[in-house]
Design a protein around this ligand. Structure first.
Ligand code: G3I
Length: 324
């Protein structure tokens, strides 16, 4: 009987999925696929400030413990997502009263507590997530208001103080469709390197769709790779329902287009990112049934390599096609 081929056996770089601890505990099929197919996992939600730090004087490691224990049992790497973001904030932060010194102390303490907590058990962190808007300028946020524009750099410095070796990433979306967002990400990396701000890698989320051109994807990957940093395709999914129709049904043609898009992304990553810079590719969620997209668009979509029954789709073969 032939041994089933799994992604973690076949891919020449780490291959991951963003996981949910409730599904991991409650769903045996999900758990089995998560361990068999992947050698890297990301906490989809449970290291975000709103979950891990629910009150100023209290941290809750329950969800991230489930994920990290699972990863260690299955010889998987775990990536931490995300220390600083403008979303998923606990209300104590949105209501926080204090002068700039108090904000700075709170910001620093959060970063250093989360980075220190698991010592060296996490391989890498998204230190800051999504600071740019489409025109490449800094996104208005509570952090920008209270900490000023250089908060992004200080977050990296604080994280490095808490752990001298964990890989520190800046994570962003839209590089494949927004030239200004792409330029802003590259400029941030270049500026940090020039100033000696400790950054190890860039995360390209790559929430994309079958209509996106391979050329745009290749251009984004090639430009971030030129920074010399580690490159993580950190949140990959490929939407098929471009019109966001509520009653969309997955067609064979769209399924094949999705397969080709997964292949093109893997191929671009493999050929345009030097081996030493390949931190890996992570899909955002595991199956179409647990994707964040349908609830976000209030529409049907099927953006992942496994269907709602956890069966492999053509998109799964697309990942393997990308090896050639
Ligand atoms: O768990 C609660 C549930 O108890 C409650 O009844 C329900 C009602 O709203 O909310 C549930 O929490 C939701 C959680 O997902 C789990 O489903 C939150 O409201 C919802 O905001 C949260 O959405 C997450 C979103 O980030 C915001 O944190 C998505 O799952 C997650 O996939 C998404 O991930 C982001 C990345 O972090 C950054 N890049 C974009 C990506 C997609 O938006």
């Amino acid at each position: 009987q032939p041994v089933a081929v799994t992604l973690r056996d076949k891919m020449p770089f780490p291959i991951g999925a963003a996981l949910n601890p409730n599904l991991l505990t409650g769903n045996a099929t999900y758990r089995q696929l998560a361990s068999q197919e992947f050698n890297s996992i990301t906490a989809e939600n449970y290291l975000k400030m709103g979950n891990v730090h629910p009150a100023q004087d209290r941290y809750d490691w329950t969800g991230s413990d489930v994920l990290l224990n699972f990863a260690e049992q299955n010889k998987q790497r775990m990536h931490g997502h995300t220390l600083i973001w403008h979303q998923s904030l606990p209300t104590w932060v949105t209501n926080f009263q204090g002068d700039s010194l108090a904000w700075e102390a709170m910001f620093k303490s959060h970063i250093q507590t989360v980075v220190s907590h698991y010592k060296d058990r996490l391989a890498s962190f998204d230190v800051v997530n999504e600071v740019f808007v489409d025109d490449g300028t800094l996104r208005p946020s509570i952090w920008l208001t209270h900490l000023g524009p250089d908060y992004v750099a200080r977050a990296f410095t604080y994280a490095r103080q808490a752990n001298p070796t964990v890989k520190l990433f800046y994570n962003e979306y839209g590089h494949e469709y927004s030239p200004k967002r792409l330029a802003a990400t590259v400029a941030l990396a270049t500026d940090f390197k020039r100033r000696g701000i400790p950054i190890d890698g860039l995360g390209l989320q790559m929430h994309t769709n079958i209509g996106q051109t391979d050329a745009n994807i290749q251009n984004a990957i090639q430009q971030v790779a030129a920074t010399g940093l580690l490159i993580h395709i950190s949140e990959l999914d490929v939407r098929v329902n471009q019109a966001k129709a509520a009653n969309y049904v997955l067609t064979a043609a769209d399924s094949q287009a999705q397969r080709q898009k997964f292949a093109a992304i893997v191929r671009a990553y493999r050929t345009l990112v030097p081996k030493a810079q390949q931190h890996g590719i992570t899909t955002w969620n595991l199956s179409d049934g647990d994707s964040w997209i349908p609830s976000n668009c209030s529409c049907q979509d099927f953006p992942l390599p496994f269907d709602k029954q956890y069966a492999k789709k053509p998109a799964y073969d697309g990942i393997l096609d990308g090896l050639n």
